[in-house]
Design a protein around this ligand. Structure first.
Ligand SMILES: [Zn+2]
Length: 127
């Protein structure tokens, strides 16, 4: 989970998947082609990032539901435009994070890459 949160390579858990860290928000979306530590090619197959769109969709829906519930609880059931505007603004503000973590989750959970201590130690390099 720590490697996932920090957007580290799923194989070595040391190399960064993205060029910039969260401190560069919202410009955090540019990925390395290969892991800078172990050389793993991040796009394992064509269409892998299309699969990440489904993960991003799920994150967006969860964000919207969370916003609706928060507005309902905190705003004591305000007018409809408050629900809609709050949800749109929050979803747009979190879009760079959604983009980033949808790809990270796709790599860690669905790309079939296991942690390799040899890669972490730097003894295995390449795709
Ligand atoms: Zn790596």
């Amino acid at each position: 989970m720590r490697a996932l949160f920090l957007a580290k390579c799923p194989r070595c858990r040391r190399g960064n998947m993205f060029v910039k860290g969260l401190d560069a928000y919202p410009f955090i979306g540019q990925m390395h082609t290969y892991c800078p530590h172990c050389g793993l090619r991040f796009e394992r197959e064509p269409g892998l990032w299309q699969g990440a769109m489904y993960t991003g969709y799920a994150i967006s829906v969860a964000t919207m539901v969370g916003c609706f519930v928060a507005v309902y609880v905190l705003g004591q059931d305000p007018a409809t435009w408050v629900y809609i505007s709050t949800t749109v603004v929050v979803t747009l503000l979190l879009a760079p994070l959604n983009y980033r973590y949808s790809r990270v989750m796709m790599m860690h959970w669905f790309a079939g890459i296991d942690y390799d201590p040899e890669a972490e130690a730097g003894r295995r390099h390449g795709a």
